[in-house]
Design a protein around this ligand. Structure first.
Ligand SMILES: [Zn+2]
Length: 260
């Protein structure tokens, strides 16, 4: 049965369907993520709002058993700055894909919708997209059923110490309890300090976050380890970020020089 409603929506991706129609996956605030059918997509009045990472207020007809439909829209929003920066776009696409992977279709999750939209808004404002991505990755772990205690020692529960991470105990160990896991990670304690902050960060605090390249590299590596161990996702958008690696840095340095 089709049900009409209005909701904010954010396009996750689209794909061609038959001659000139499209299937568009949209994460809606009120009805979760759903697949929408758009007939004659190129000529449709809906064509401005079916590109990935476009947000709009939608009037929709949702269908729990099959494809849903967009009746009308207003207040379309594209992320211009994100779309004009290959690197930022790669990270934005990855956080959208993570949100997509973390929930079932048709499952309403306004909190996740707000979190994703806010993360994209902050990327659009020019905040550090690598750090925003890390925060998103850490906070969304709970939706994959992963709860990590990064705040206090698994044994003595003291906080604010030079912690290391233990996969054996799924949490952090203080220096007095490092010996409990001979295969502890030997991380830089600052990485765990930051991740503990990221778990509880308020968006208003973000504008002041600024991290050096080497600690960002350590964060990236450790979050990859956590995802390999606990989540086991293989997203194309993440592989793309990984492949940006070295030649990406070269390209970026050149871009920075040209913009001086
Ligand atoms: Zn301890």
């Amino acid at each position: 049965m089709l049900k009409s409603l209005t909701s904010k929506g954010l396009v996750l991706y689209n794909r061609n369907f038959r001659e000139d129609d499209k299937l568009v996956k949209i994460f809606t605030e009120q009805a979760g993520k759903r697949m929408f059918f758009v007939k004659h997509a190129a000529k449709s009045k809906l064509s401005p709002i079916i590109q990935p990472l476009t947000a709009a207020d939608l009037l929709i007809k949702v269908n729990d058993e099959g494809l849903s439909y967009i009746e009308d829209y207003q207040a379309a929003k594209t992320f211009k700055r994100i779309n004009n920066d290959l690197f930022c776009l790669a990270y934005a696409s990855y956080v959208a894909a993570l949100a997509d992977a973390s929930i079932q279709d048709n499952q309403r999750d306004p909190a996740l919708f707000a979190f994703l939209e806010k993360t994209l808004d902050l990327m659009e404002q020019g905040l550090d997209y690598e750090v925003l991505t890390n925060i998103f990755e850490i906070q969304i772990l709970s939706r994959f059923g992963v709860q990590l205690n990064l705040h206090d020692c698994a044994f003595c529960h003291r906080a604010n110490l030079a912690f290391d991470f233990s996969f054996k105990y799924g949490g952090v160990l203080c220096p007095a309890h490092y010996h409990q896991d001979e295969r502890r990670c030997h991380l830089n304690p600052n990485v765990l300090f930051l991740l503990d902050q990221f778990q509880a960060v308020e968006f208003d605090d973000l504008e002041t976050i600024s991290l050096k390249a080497d600690i960002k590299q350590e964060l990236r590596q450790f979050i990859d380890l956590l995802y390999d161990e606990y989540v086991g996702l293989h997203l194309k958008s993440k592989k793309f970020i990984d492949s940006l690696g070295d030649w990406g840095t070269i390209l970026k340095n050149r871009q920075d020089k040209e913009s001086l």
